[in-house]
Write a protein that binds this ligand. Structure first.
Ligand SMILES: Cc1cn([C@H]2C[C@H](O)[C@@H](COP(=O)(O)OP(=O)(O)O[C@H]3O[C@H](C)C(=O)[C@H](O)[C@H]3O)O2)c(=O)[nH]c1=O
Length: 186
């Protein structure tokens, strides 16, 4: 397993050991001991699966503290552009985002700690995203930021006319309008 740090503190890419043979491949998608040794100390308590078609953009979502969630994101079918935005007010990269392609081909995982907004766009015909969370879903604590926020300038790699957004996501506030919610610390 290889740990790749990003320019945003605590945002980590994991390249799992893949055991291929004529039958296919095997990999351990999570191991509490090994991930702890790699500095990923989240106690995951909920697993999510979502399937989306090409052009879908889900996000940017986060949950208010103390319900904020760390996530360990993997893709088991297709390709997504996964994006995390740093909402930690005292972080040197506050307001910056990091984007990475995750796919069933590259088998990369993306660890996003608490204090980030998360979203992804689907670049393949369809994609199945699986992710572990270290806090339960809380509808009351759910918040979001507009995927097309003018200041974040995220390139989702989807032509605007092809983007498929939920009605809920289409009315999310800007980063600036949501800023009063950001209390996280690094
Ligand atoms: C997130 C979630 C949703 N739900 C229910 C609530 C809705 O009835 C339905 C669809 O929820 P939503 O449209 O919020 O799903 P996404 O747009 O994929 O939301 C997720 O998108 C981004 C990428 C994330 O990282 C979050 O996990 C989450 O916000 O599933 C649950 O029952 N449990 C859950 O943990």
């Amino acid at each position: 397993m290889e740990i790749i740090n990003t320019e945003i503190p605590n945002l980590i890419i994991i390249k799992p050991e893949v055991y291929s043979d004529p039958r296919g491949y095997f990999l351990e998608s999570f191991s509490e001991k090994r991930y702890k040794e790699a500095g990923i100390n989240a106690q995951f308590i909920q697993d999510n699966i979502s399937k989306s078609s090409y052009g879908v953009i889900r996000g940017l979502h986060y949950q208010l503290a103390p319900y904020s969630q760390s996530k360990l994101v993997s893709v088991i079918e297709g390709t997504i552009l996964d994006v995390a935005v740093d909402l930690r007010k005292n972080s040197p990269t506050f307001g910056q985002h990091f984007a990475i392609e995750l796919s069933d081909e590259n088998k990369l995982q993306f660890f996003i700690p608490q204090g980030f907004a998360h979203g992804f766009s689907v670049l393949s015909e369809s994609a199945v995203v699986v992710y572990k969370c270290d806090n339960y879903f809380s509808q009351e604590a759910e918040r979001g930021i507009a995927y097309n926020d003018a200041n974040l300038k995220i390139d989702w790699k989807i032509p605007a006319e092809k983007a498929i957004i939920s009605s809920k996501d289409s009315i999310l506030p800007s980063f600036k309008e949501a800023e009063h919610n950001f209390v996280y610390s690094i």
